[in-house]
Design a protein around this ligand. Structure first.
Ligand code: ATP
Ligand code: MG
Length: 418
């Protein structure tokens, strides 16, 4: 026999026993977002490689080593999107959306060639949110409050909000030099990744997940002490709004983003429940990106939630949503009964449009059909055999109690409705 073809490492199948949870979570997220006036945007999964190199930055982990890039049949270099911000900005620019303020969201798969492990995959899913044309800090606060509401609506606990400001480009450049000087003085304590990042992306060293780097990072100079006046004022205003609303947060001076385009406000929601991949939601302000991509400057802020991690956290904290089960399962034995089952099912669907009803197809004994009905989790089993056909009735078994009643065909919809 030929060998079975398996999926690509780090790219998961999401099976029918869990898709109901995904659907319920996605619906809650969308409801909250539309409650704040955010609208969906859909853009391609594949873009020109150049878009990601120019926006995310040549010396980031993503562009250096994580992108799925290939040459297509025309000889163009294309990349499977590793994140949504670049494509969203590209689409907004190209379609003239940046002439006005925009509140947008998108959802879908992202691709990064990382080492697969719990909470880190090569195809994963994000819901991303972006707002254009607002200079903050009011929208920064609104966005953070909106994320807090998402968790509340999902009954999700165990997340901590961390915030920081990355300041202006100039402030960051000055800080960068100071950071290089500091780390150079401790060069022998740097791990291999940090050695590599020392000249190319020293801020990223602060984001190291290596426990051995912790003490060195804790003692490093802090960007918050080097902020320009505007960033400082905005950050204070943001903190004030959060204080007023009573939302608790931690200021984490080592919070940076892996991508190049962020400045000023950055934030993350992190948890201890998921091991080392504990960031469920990450975002920040990226006022420079539109100009960097050749557009007329537009202020921008956004965040993305990793859906695999969100669902894993819901699971770990016992907060997976209730997902609706099957209402009824029809079993039917005999040629007449099988035909009648299909007719009856259609009539019930006419009468109760959101009824979740499974008609047993494929025949078999009552015993086998009942087994299926049981496994389906249905609340009722509807039974049709020769006797029921001749009397124009259905046996209705309430699965939880085992009670059985006889109901006339024309009274069945009324019975199920109540
Ligand atoms: P990390 O530091 O964990 O690599 P990142 O800075 O690369 O994260 P972002 O680009 O900010 O992550 O992505 C936003 C969110 O998307 C993350 O907080 C996480 O929840 C999720 N995410 C990122 N990469 C992966 C991945 N490879 N697998 C699963 N989820 C991911
Ligand atoms: Mg990463």
């Amino acid at each position: 026999m030929a060998e079975i073809i398996r999926s690509i490492r780090g790219m998961n199948d999401i099976l029918p026993d869990v898709t109901p949870y995904w659907q319920a979570v996605e619906k809650t997220l969308k409801d909250v977002l539309s409650g704040y006036g955010y609208q969906e945007i859909r853009f391609p999964i594949v873009e020109k490689t150049e878009l990601f190199c120019r926006s995310i930055g040549e010396v980031t982990d993503i562009v250096e080593k994580e992108m799925y890039t290939f040459e297509d049949r025309n000889g163009d270099y294309l990349t499977l999107r590793p994140e949504g911000t670049a494509g969203c900005v590209r689409a907004a620019m190209q379609n003239g959306l940046l002439n006005q303020t925009q509140r947008l969201w998108y959802m879908g798969p992202m691709f990064r060639h990382e080492r697969p492990q719990k909470g880190r995959y090569r195809q994963f899913h994000q819901i991303g949110v972006e707002a254009y044309g607002f200079s903050g800090p009011d929208i920064d606060a609104e966005m953070i409050l909106m994320t807090a509401r998402l968790w509340k609506r999902l009954n999700l606990t165990g997340l901590t909000l961390q915030i920081n400001s990355l300041g202006s480009t100039d402030a960051r450049l000055a800080y960068r030099d100071e950071l290089i000087t500091y780390f150079e003085a401790h060069k022998d304590e740097l791990d291999e990744d940090s050695q590599r990042r020392l000249q190319s992306n020293p801020l990223r060293i602060l984001d190291s997940k290596n426990p051995a780097m912790q003490a060195l990072n804790d003692a490093a100079p802090k960007l918050l002490d080097h902020l320009d006046n505007e960033s400082k004022q905005d950050f204070e205003a943001l903190c004030q709004i959060l204080d007023t609303t009573g939302l608790s947060y931690e200021i984490n001076p080592r919070l940076v983003r892996g991508l190049d385009y962020y400045g000023k406000t950055v934030f993350e929601w992190v948890t201890d429940h998921l091991g080392s991949q504990g960031t469920v939601c990450a975002g920040g302000r990226y006022d420079g990106l539109v100009a960097q991509l050749g557009g007329r400057g537009a202020t921008a802020i956004g965040f993305a939630i990793g859906l695999e991690r969100l669902i894993a956290l819901l699971d770990a904290t016992g907060a997976l949503p209730d997902v609706t089960d099957i209402d009824a399962y029809i079993v039917a034995v005999g040629e007449q009964a099988e035909k009648q089952a299909l007719l009856l099912a259609e009539q019930l669907r006419d009468a109760i449009p959101n009824l979740r009803l499974i008609t047993h197809c494929g025949g078999g004994s009552f015993k086998n059909q009942f087994k299926r009905a049981d496994r389906s989790g249905a609340r009722w089993t509807l039974i049709l055999g020769d006797d029921e056909i001749s009397q124009q009735v259905v046996g209705v078994k309430t699965m939880a109690t085992g009670e059985q009643e006889i109901i006339a065909w024309d009274a069945l919809a009324g019975y199920l409705k109540q």
